[in-house]
Design a protein around this ligand. Structure first.
Ligand code: SAH
Length: 403
């Protein structure tokens, strides 16, 4: 059998330093620009062979001429036909969802992440499905190349038969990748709104509105887990369009959702009506409201904390940890004995151990005991790949409070 690196190839070769090569050999798929030794004349966004400094073949990758992540490995083999590989990867991603979403869910779910970038070995590509509308995000030069786009769209149309495909453009990402500006919009079909389901609960969807691609699909399994433990009076902090609140309303006698975004709350209210639920929505800054409620002696039986990522980078880690501590401390003060705290962090830079430590400190400060019922993470349609720590970001701790 010929050695892998002896196969003649049409692809240009980039050489990476020892550190870059070691990183790839350990299972990661990124090489930073500082670890690229030579990439002379390689065009933006093309497929390349990656080799170590001695020329030993390491895999096939997608190249970015602009990003700090210069190289994203797509295969440890030599891939001459990129489009064929993309089609195969998309098919695999879809059949993985058949296993972990459709077959695993007792209750109807037609909204989930179909393609999770590195988590599906398709770096730079995110596709979410909201019933009959797909929402697509392209994050790299390679995925933005016209033939690649066409392959992705054709494959999604053929396999999922959506009524339409919307593209959500992140202007900052395009700038960082030195890609020409592009507007968000429908790229297939003309349907821009629909109703989707998660765990049997229905949500309105507007393809061109909302944060992320529309909903926080990564919390789907945590919604169900939270609803299972909660009872009595519940407070959903950072409720957005009501994901947790609507699930809690199935079990709890009274539910209040709080968010600082009015458009999010308007959508949350439409969702409540759609499900025949009465939920109180409050537009407020969560920190202020928790402080006021805690000092007024307000009590709850269940509190959800799902703030935005406080630590966007390592640099503001300390501030982020202080933010998490304050929120958890105030929430713990307001929980009745036997009450349930569902506390989340979607900051990749805050590790689970660190998050547990902060929640524990908050509990000690207010003299409450916490028993952990579940330590959870993102839903399985956002797969975590061992060796690529960046694929794991969401923490959700469900615990019971006692005095
Ligand atoms: N729990 C939601 C997702 C929350 S995302 C779900 O499952 O769908 C974070 C939310 O926090 C966003 O809706 C954002 O509008 C809101 N937010 C950000 N800063 C806030 C603040 N200081 N006070 C209240 N809400 C805030």
């Amino acid at each position: 059998m010929p050695a892998r690196n002896s196969t003649p190839s049409l692809l240009p070769t980039a050489k990476v330093s020892r550190r870059g090569a070691d990183r790839l050999r350990q299972g990661h798929v990124w090489v930073y620009r500082s670890d690229v030794v030579s990439a002379d004349g390689i065009a933006p966004g093309v497929a390349i062979r990656v080799a170590d400094e001695r020329g030993k073949f390491l895999g096939t990758a997608l190249y970015s001429s602009a990003s700090q992540i210069a190289i994203r490995l797509i295969s440890r083999d030599l891939v001459e036909n990129l489009e064929q590989l993309l089609r195969q990867r998309i098919a695999e991603a879809i059949s993985y969802r058949d296993r972990v979403v459709h077959h695993a869910d007792a209750r109807h779910t037609d909204a989930y992440r179909v393609i999770f970038s590195e988590g599906d070995f398709l770096p730079g590509l995110i596709v979410d499905r909201y019933n009959d509308i797909c929402s697509l995000q392209i994050l790299t030069q390679a995925m933005d190349a016209e033939p690649v786009r066409q392959t992705i769209i054709a494959e999604l149309m053929e396999r999922l038969h959506p009524a339409s495909i919307a593209e959500r453009v992140d202007a900052r990402v395009r700038e960082l990748e030195q890609l020409p500006p592009r507007a968000s919009g429908l790229i297939q079909g003309d349907k821009s709104s629909t109703v989707f389901s998660m765990n049997g609960i229905r949500f309105c969807f507007e393809a061109m509105e909302g944060q992320k691609t529309g909903a926080f699909l990564d919390q789907r399994e945590n919604y169900a887990a939270a609803a299972e433990c909660a009872r009595g009076e519940a407070l959903d902090m950072f409720c957005y369009q009501g994901g947790f609140a609507l699930h809690l309303a199935e079990r709890c006698s009274k539910v209040t959702g709080v968010d600082s975004s009015r458009p999010a709350l308007e959508m949350a209210d439409r969702n409540a009506v759609l499900n025949g639920r009465e939920i109180e929505w409050i537009e407020a800054n969560a920190f202020d409201l928790l402080r006021d409620y805690a000092s007024a002696g307000q009590q709850y039986d269940a509190i959800v904390l799902d703030p935005p990522a406080f630590a966007k980078s390592r640099h503001n880690l300390d501030t982020a940890l202080r933010g998490y501590k304050e929120l958890n401390l105030r929430a713990l003060k307001m929980l009745r004995p036997g009450g349930v705290l569902v506390t989340c962090s979607c900051s990749y830079h805050v590790a689970l151990a660190e998050f547990l430590e902060i929640v524990g400190e908050a509990a000690r400060d207010v003299h409450r005991n916490l028993r952990i019922l579940e330590t959870r993470t993102q839903a399985k349609d956002h797969p975590i790949v061992l060796g690529i720590p960046e694929t794991s970001y969401l923490k959700c701790i469900i615990s019971i409070v006692s005095n």
